[in-house]
Design a binder for this molecule. Structure first.
Ligand code: AGP
Length: 605
C-alpha cells in the first residue's frame, strides 16, 4: 500500500528519499514520485512502475535539494499514471498522502467553483488545493493544515511542503501511520520506520490526530486539539537489516526458511520446561485472563486463518468458546458481547484498517479487555489494545505472509495455554511439543527440492483444490490463499467432508487436489474423501504423516512428513504448502515478493 518518506536536512536528501522508497517497495505500489525544494522552487519527478524508474529520472534530471517528500502510490482513485502519482501540487504547496479521503468529491466540486483546476483523478489533489486555498489566506502553514484537516473525512497520513518555507515539512495522521525519524541536523517523516533505518534508529510514533512541524533542528508536535505535546522517543536497537535477501532469490523464500528461528524467538523466555510463563503479559493481564469465559478473535487474510486455527486450541485446551470473524465483516455487523468476553485482534502489521476499526468498535462494545497479537511493536493495534503479545518473526518483507503466520499460531497457542491455567496438568505435553517445533520445521523444510520438482505439474493449471479436516481445514485455506496470491492460479480450500456437497463436480484429471493429512482421529474419514477424488480421476498431492499409510500411484504423489504431536501439526503442514506456492509462482514468472494488485499493509478500508 502507499508509502511516504519526507526529509528536511542540511545536506541533499534525494538519495535518502529514494532509499526510503526502495525500503517501502515491499508494501506494494504501482507508481512513485518525489518533490524536492531548491531555491524556493519545487523540482518534481514521477514515474509509473518501480522506484528504480523514478531513480533513473532523478539521476537524468540531475536535481537535488535539502528538503523533500516522496511517495509510492497503490492506486485507489484513478489508474497508475504520472498524473495520478504523488506528490500533488497546488502552486507553492506539495503534498503526499496515504489513506482515502471519503468526501473528496464534495471538496473537489467546491474547489472547482473556486477556480482550481484538477489534473488527476485522485482524492489527494482535493487536499492540496484545499491547503493552498487556506495558505493563500493565512500565509501560515500550521493554521492552513489545521483548517484543511477540519474538512477532511476519511483516513490520512499527510506530509506537506511549501516553496515559501523550504526549511519546513509538516505531517499529520488520522487512521494512517506516520513516524518521525530523529537525526543530527536533520529530521525525517515516514509511514513506516523501516524506510528510515538507513539514517536513524531514533523514532517518535505520532498518535491519532497528531500534527508535527519538522525542521532540520527542531520537532514540534501538537495533539488533535493543537496543544503542544511531548511524545516518547523510541530507540530501535534491532540491527537486522530486513532489506537483505541473504543469498535467497526472493524475500518470501528467505522468510519461509527463517521460520524455525522465528518460532524459537517467539517462544524464547515464554515457556519453561513444562508450562507457559503465566505472567507473560503482566500481573494485570493474568487477572483479566482468569475471568474470561468467551473469546472473540478478529483479523484479515492470513491472520484470520491463524485465528481459525487458534479457535481449536482455545476451545480444546481452555474449554472456552471462541468466535472468529473477518474484520471487515465484524466491524459492520451487530455484535452481541457476552459477559467476560476477551477481544483478540491478530495482525502482522498492526496497521490493517479493518482490524483497527474492529478493535475500536470492540472497545466501545463492552468486552472485558482487548489483546493484540502483532509483529510490529508500537503499531497502532498494539498501542490501542489493553494488552499485546508480540510475535517475534522479524520484519516480513514478502507480501505473502509466511513466518508472520506461523509465529501468530505459536503466540495464540501461548494465549490458549494462559487461558487454560486451571488445566495445568495438560500443559506439559503441549509445551514439550512447542520446544521441539523449530527442529521439526527444519526437517520439513528439507522437502524443498522435491516440492520444487513437483511444482512443474502446476505451471499450466488454472485451478487447484486444497482439502483438510478439523484444524487442518484452515491450514488448507491458508495454502489456497498462498497459491492464488502469488501464482495467480485460482485455488479454493474445502473441509474435505464438504467435497461431496458440491465441489466434487469440479474434479477431473485436470484438477490438482492438495491435501494435508496428519495421522489423527480424522485420518480414516479423510482417506474416504480422497477416494472420492481418486474415483473421478483427480490428481492427488498428499502431504501426510509418514505413518498414515498412503501409497503412491500414477495419480497420487505422497510427501512424507515426520510424525508430530497434534498441537504443532497445523504449523508443520503449513510449511510445504508455502514452498509449493513459492515454486509454482517462480516457475510461472510472477513477481513473487510483490504480487500484482496486493499490498503488504492494507491501511485503507
Ligand atoms: C497474506 O499473505 C496477505 N499478505 C494478507 O492476507 C494479510 O495477511 C492481511 O492483509 C492482513 O494483514 P495483517 O496481518 O498485517 O493485518
Amino acid at each position: 500500500m502507499c508509502g511516504i518518506v519526507g526529509a528536511v536536512s542540511q545536506r541533499n536528501v534525494e538519495k535518502i528519499l529514494l532509499e526510503g522508497l526502495k525500503r517501502l517497495e515491499y508494501r506494494g505500489y504501482d507508481s512513485a514520485g518525489m518533490a524536492l525544494v531548491h531555491n524556493q522552487k519545487f523540482l518534481i519527478n514521477k514515474a509509473v512502475g518501480k522506484v528504480s524508474a523514478l531513480a533513473e529520472l532523478v539521476q537524468q534530471s540531475n536535481i537535488s535539494g535539502k528538503t523533500g517528500i516522496a511517495h509510492t502510490r497503490w492506486a485507489t482513485h484513478g489508474i497508475p499514471s504520472q498524473n495520478n502519482a504523488h506528490p500533488h501540487t497546488s502552486e507553492n504547496i506539495s503534498i503526499v498522502h496515504n489513506g482515502i479521503i471519503e468526501n473528496y468529491k464534495e471538496l473537489r466540486s467546491e474547489l472547482i467553483e473556486l477556480g482550481y483546476v484538477f489534473l488527476s483523478e485522485t482524492d489527494t489533489e482535493a487536499v492540496v488545493h484545499l491547503f493552498h486555498y487556506h495558505y493563500k489566506q493565512t500565509h501560515d502553514l500550521m493554521l492552513s493544515l489545521q483548517q484543511t484537516i477540519k474538512k477532511l473525512q476519511g483516513a490520512y497520513g499527510l506530509v506537506v511542503m511549501c516553496e515559501n518555507e523550504p526549511d519546513t515539512i509538516l505531517g499529520t495522521r488520522s487512521g494512517s501511520p506516520l513516524v518521525v525519524g530523529i537525526g543530527i541536523d536533520e529530521n525525517f517523516l515516514a509511514s513506516d520506520q523501516l524506510a528510515l533505518r538507513q539514517v536513524t534508529d531514533r523514532f517518535i510514533y505520532l498518535e491519532e490526530g497528531d500534527v508535527v512541524k519538522l525542521r532540520s533542528n527542531s520537532i514540534d508536535i501538537f495533539d488533535q486539539s493543537f496543544s503542544p505535546v511531548v511524545r516518547e522517543e523510541v530507540v530501535i536497537s534491532d540491527v537486522h537489516d530486513a532489506a537483505d535477501k541473504d543469498g535467497f532469490r526472493h524475500y518470501m523464500l528467505k522468510e519461509i526458511f527463517e521460520q524455525p528461528e522465528a518460532i524459537a524467538r517467539t517462544l524464547d523466555g515464554r515457556i519453561s520446561h513444562e508450562s507457559v510463563v503465566q505472567d507473560l503479559l503482566g500481573e494485570e493481564a493474568r487477572t483479566v485472563l482468569s475471568q474470561v469465559t468467551q473469546v472473540q478473535i478478529v483479523a484479515c487474510g492470513t491472520s484470520y486463518h491463524a485465528g481459525l486455527i487458534a479457535k481449536y486450541a482455545i476451545e480444546e485446551w481452555a474449554g472456552i468458546p471462541c468466535l472468529v470473524d473477518i474484520a471487515s465483516e465484524y466491524r459492520y455487523r451487530k455484535v452481541i458481547v457476552p459477559d467476560n468476553a476477551l477481544f483478540i485482534s491478530i495482525s502482522q502489521s498492526g496497521e490493517t484498517a479493518d482490524t483497527l476499526a474492529a478493535l475500536r468498535k470492540a472497545k466501545a462494545s463492552g468486552y472485558l479487555s482487548s489483546l493484540a497479537i502483532c509483529n510490529v511493536p508500537n503499531s497502532s493495534l498494539v498501542r490501542e489494545s489493553a494488552f499485546s503479545l508480540m510475535t517475534c518473526a522479524g520484519v516480513e518483507i514478502g507480501v505473502a505472509s509466511t513466518k508472520a503466520f506461523t509465529t501468530q499460531i505459536v503466540a495464540l497457542q501461548l494465549v490458549a495455554l494462559m487461558l487454560a491455567e486451571k488445566r495445568k496438568e495438560e500443559h506439559k505435553s503441549i509445551v514439550q511439543a512447542l520446544h521441539q517445533l523449530p527442529d521439526y520445521c527444519q526437517r520439513v523444510l528439507e522437502l524443498n527440492d522435491r516440492i520444487e520438482k513437483i511444482s512443474e505439474h502446476f505451471v499450466e493449471k488454472h485451478h487447484a483444490l486444497f482439502l483438510g479436516r478439523g484444524v487442518q481445514y484452515p491450514v488448507a485455506m491458508e495454502g489456497a490463499l498462498k497459491l492464488k496470491e502469488i501464482s495467480y492460479i485460482h485455488a479454493e480450500a474445502y473441509a474435505a467432508g464438504e467435497l461431496k456437497h458440491g465441489p466434487l463436480a469440479l474434479v477431473d484429471s485436470d484438477m490438482p487436489v492438495i491435501t494435508v493429512a496428519p495421522n489423527n482421529e480424522l485420518l480414516e474419514k479423510l482417506k474416504s474423501n480422497l477416494e472420492e477424488v481418486q474415483a473421478r480421476g483427480g490428481k492427488l498431492y498428499v502431504f501426510a504423516d509418514q505413518s498414515a499409510g498412503f501409497s503412491e500411484d500414477a495419480n497420487t504423489q505422497v510427501f512424507n512428513l515426520p510424525h508430530v504431536p497434534a498441537c504443532i501439526a497445523p504449523i508443520i503442514y503449513t510449511l510445504p504448502l508455502q514452498l509449493l506456492s513459492y515454486h509454482v509462482a517462480v516457475m510461472r514468472g510472477t513477481d513473487v515478493d510483490q504480487p500484482r494488485n496486493l499490498a503488504k499493509s492494507v491501511t485503507v478500508e
